[in-house]
Write a protein that binds this ligand. Sequence first.
Ligand SMILES: NC(=O)c1ccc[n+]([C@@H]2O[C@H](COP(=O)([O-])OP(=O)(O)OC[C@H]3O[C@@H](n4cnc5c(N)ncnc54)[C@H](OP(=O)(O)O)[C@@H]3O)[C@@H](O)[C@H]2O)c1
Length: 412
Amino acid sequence: MPPHGSALGPGSATPGLLHAPVPAGRARRAVLRYATPAWAVGCFERRGWGGEAHGRLAEACVGWRVRALRRCSQRCSLPCQQESMMFKAIVIDKDTAGYRAHLRELEEAQLPEGDVTVRVAYSTLNYKDGLAITGKSPVVRQFPMVPGIDLAGTVEASSHPRFRPGEQVLLNGWGVGESHWGGLAQKARLQGDWLIHLPEAFSARQAMAIGTAGYTAMLCLIALERSGLTPEHGEVLVTGASGGVGSFAISLLSRLGYSVIAATGRPEEADYLKALGASRIIERAELSQPGRPLAKERWAAAIDSVGSHTLANVCAGTAADGLVAACGLAQGMDFPASVAPFILRGVSLLGINSVTRPYHERVHAWERLAAEVDQQHLQRITREVGLEEALTVAHELLEGKVRGRVVVDVNH
Ligand SMILES: NC(=O)c1ccc[n+]([C@@H]2O[C@H](COP(=O)([O-])OP(=O)(O)OC[C@H]3O[C@@H](n4cnc5c(N)ncnc54)[C@H](OP(=O)(O)O)[C@@H]3O)[C@@H](O)[C@H]2O)c1
């Protein structure tokens, strides 16, 4: 069923739907035979064809191929804006030439399956994105892969009941950027079940300044609160303090009245950490070497994004009946500890996984972020880069040279 001409064109059964000249002959046949549904729908919208014709055309387009994009551009005399079908993305390839991440132009038809297509405004760089882009750890499960575990943007198309075109949405985790194309791109196609609406309190840029790091810091805080922690219990230690999770953990805890000890390997960042609300700074080296099973009781609770010996020493130094929320592995994935803090002091270790939290937990955490994030701290924590620069900054992130959060403007 041809979208142009006899069936729907002037004088057809649905008169008045076509307001623009149509391509003819071979160009038209090329469009009909090969264009992808999304391409065709976009093209029809630009020409002002809507309503019934739109629906029928979208249906008729199913099965058409992307080869037409090239054919069409060669043969069609209309300004069909083929370039709007192309989008920029960081792509990770692994083949005989090795493992590499680079900036590429992709066609929308290459997007993976999903029931929501999002025009991405901002993404961000988390530790995991650093691992994916550099290839330092095997977080990417299939190739080619578009990295980016976070994104915020506008719904372009949706068959998911919760989301409509034009709505602002947000995604953290769900294996996006690892096993499903992610947010370091101008377009993404995702499962609507992974998305939530962007909280009104935040712009897309602000939400990505928070990203998985800030969201995880909030999940840690919620876990500590649910286990009964209040500011009256005493000081709370934050490790990996200058990093993304660490910076947000300090800011959120201090805003809620907790007294915060920041453990950092970057003493030169003391002013930054104090500005976020840390009341004392300790050297990362105090915690990163093998220690004793039980040490002096130094803090009532902790948020640890470092793992390995640091987490073992954090537990060993936690006061009786204290709490440790563990979410990261910046030092290592190992946990060379003894059970002494748990069985002799009643310390509780709370594991935090941000990736697959159910919908209501994600919405709750973001509502808490909307209520508790200090906008001035957000500004202080954040630096912005474009897609290309993100490739370099990913390496710096893993070298521990990045302070706070990196927002990626995918359109620059
Ligand atoms: N469980 C989850 O769902 C979840 C979610 C988000 C993040 N994470 C994990 O949490 C960790 C932090 O993520 P992030 O995005 O905050 O990363 P980040 O911005 O790179 O921060 C990590 C911080 O850890 C410290 N650090 C780095 N290397 C270290 C080492 N060898 N020994 C001790 N400390 C070291 C540094 O802080 P200083 O320079 O101040 O010492 C660094 O800034 C990562 O392991 C990440 O995978 C887990």
